[in-house]
Design a binder for this molecule. Structure first.
Ligand code: F6P
Length: 539
């Protein structure tokens, strides 16, 4: 493939941008009475209305040509076909196999992975049934009431996000807790109210070497040993989720109590693997399977649908349009649903760890922008914090508004108020309010500019009927594949995360300095030396 910026479609998009940058959304809607339906697609009960974007049909045609010229179709086929597309680590990328509900064979190195996937799912279901039915007893013969997941990054964010989002489907007498931060406060605070007899720990770590997770896991084991006074208790109160059986058993967890997954599952793409065990424990195997069905339905849509009607492709391309032509630096994800309050946090890892890369597949520095800064909070809270900047700031911030027609918790007028705000915000962002209208309301001329809204702020509206396990699966797979599309266009390897390694190595060195205390021979730069020294003296 020739370099991205030399592709004919890229060149055409550059010239097209010169025309589009002066366009007004209000005019585009005025000119085309069909615009809302022209730029909307439906997938089941999920509507993606992308008409409030700074686009015309020509924009979309050029972006779709860009996808073709970048070989998106071949890349999708390569991923679904099990090719080792994670080339820097020599691995296939098959999170889609974890939720392959059709059970069609998916081959890695000549072997179908589906029997292994199904075996682990069966074991997870058996375990979840037992715990949820109160049949899994702790060391003192008491059923489990508290589940503490210890993990970080992909071994925390996805399951935590889903457990929050699907709390309405949870078992009321089972409490889920997530400990991720190595800051001792996190585990101490979590354990402070818990009774050891009723508490089960899930140690979730793909590698079983992550310093934060292992530090927290050791503290949890000490807490349990202190409470029970016997190593035999570990078998009843600890299970592991990992790809590293050796280290799991070294830690003291019998590998019969380990739920495995495989190196072709990236940490941030692992919530459908055994890493999703806390989700299954909370919502039950049936609902978990329904979530997998949702993922799978979107996987199939992505794999087979024409690009012009393909939700992840459309959203990915729109993201490229703003990132690379409008120079938008960030992208906001705004769910209008309090249960989705960790959705943006999870997507931060999935997106930024995947596409936050300046080296292209050819090993050279790319000459274009890659992954944006992803951020967001649920509405309506966000309206009262950062929306001022979205409406009247100097930066262009494209945003996804995600909402549901029906509430998980219908109470009085709450949902109508919530959704009125949901709709009003995208309307205000797109069309603003003119100075003429402001003055016509009798506003003093010296205040008129301050009360004017330029509008023209692009948004997508994603609207589904209700937040269910199935819908959550659909939404998550949509974003995973959107990120894939963008990685293909930007020509980066989306499935490694080498950028997190250096900090880990340096932290281990500094830990050694701390351990040596005043005898440490500090060999860092002057600033780092001074900070380490100050910490050693005062810690
Ligand atoms: O932060 C880097 C990372 O490797 C993530 O990609 C991963 O999700 C997280 O650490 C946790 O890793 P593990 O599951 O191996 O403990």
């Amino acid at each position: 493939m020739s370099e991205l910026t030399s592709l004919p479609s890229w060149r055409s998009l550059e010239s097209h941008y010169e025309v589009m940058k002066g366009m007004k959304l209000s005019e585009l809607f005025h000119e085309d009475s069909n615009r809302a339906s022209r730029f909307s697609v439906e997938f089941g009960d999920l509507l993606l209305d992308y008409s409030k974007n700074l686009i015309t049909q020509e924009t979309m045609d050029l972006l779709l040509s860009l996808a073709d010229e970048c070989g998106l179709r071949q890349s999708i086929d390569a991923m679904f076909g099990g090719d080792a597309i994670n080339r820097t680590e020599g691995r296939s990328v098959l999170h889609i196999a974890l939720r392959n509900r059709s059970n069609r064979p998916i081959m890695v190195e000549g072997r179908d992975v589906m029997p292994d996937v199904n075996d682990v799912l069966v074991r997870m279901c058996e375990f979840a049934y037992k715990v949820r039915a109160g049949e899994w007893l702790g060391y003192t013969g008491v059923p489990i009431k508290n589940i503490v997941n210890i993990g970080i990054g992909g071994s925390d964010l996805g399951p935590k996000m889903a457990c929050e989002a699907l709390k309405a489907f949870g078992q009321k007498d089972l409490n889920m807790y997530f400990v991720s931060n190595v800051d001792g406060f996190h585990i101490a605070d979590t354990l402070s109210g818990l009774c050891p007899d009723e508490t089960l720990f899930i140690i979730a770590s793909k590698t079983f070497t992550t310093l934060e997770t292992m530090t927290n896991a050791n503290t949890a084991r000490d807490w349990a040993l202190m409470a029970f006074g016997s190593k035999a208790a570990i078998a009843k109160h600890f299970v592991a989720i990992s790809t590293n059986a050796e280290l799991v058993s070294e830690f003291g967890i019998d590998t019969k109590k380990m739920f495995g997954f495989w190196n072709w599952v990236g940490g941030r793409y692992s919530m459908c693997s055994a890493i999703g065990l806390p989700i299954m424990l909370q919502i039950g195997p049936k609902n978990f399977m329904s979530m997998l069905d949702g993922f799978h339905a979107m996987d199939e849509h992505f794999r087979t649908e024409d690009f012009s009607k393909n939700l992840p492709v459309i959203m990915g391309l729109l993201g490229v349009w703003y990132n690379n032509f409008f120079n938008a630096q960030t992208y906001a994800i705004l769910p209008y649903d309090q249960a989705m309050h960790r959705f943006a946090a999870h997507l931060q890892q999935v997106d930024m760890e995947s596409n936050g890369k300046y080296v292209g597949k050819d090993g050279k520095k790319v000459k274009w922008q890659t992954g944006p800064v992803i951020w967001g909070e649920p509405g309506t809270n966000s309206q009262h914090s950062f929306f001022q900047l979205l409406h009247q700031g100097t930066k262009l911030i494209p945003a996804d508004f995600i909402g549901f027609c029906r509430s998980q918790t219908p109470i009085g007028t709450h949902h109508k108020v919530l959704m009125a705000n949901f709709v009003a915000q995208t309307e205000a962002l797109a069309f603003g309010k003119s100075t003429v209208d402001v003055l016509a309301e009798g506003v003093a001329p010296e205040l008129a500019q301050h009360k004017t809204f330029e509008g023209n702020r692009p948004t997508n509206t994603l609207l589904a009927d209700e937040l269910t396990p199935y819908t959550l699966g659909v939404l998550m797979a949509l974003y995973e594949h959107k990120i894939f599309v963008q990685g293909v266009i930007w020509n980066v390897f989306s499935f490694d995360q080498m950028g997190v390694e250096l900090g880990k190595v340096l932290a281990k060195n500094i830990l050694k300095d701390f351990e040596a205390g005043k005898k440490a021979e500090l060999k860092h730069d002057a600033s780092t030396n001074a900070i380490v020294k100050r910490l050693i003296e005062r810690m």
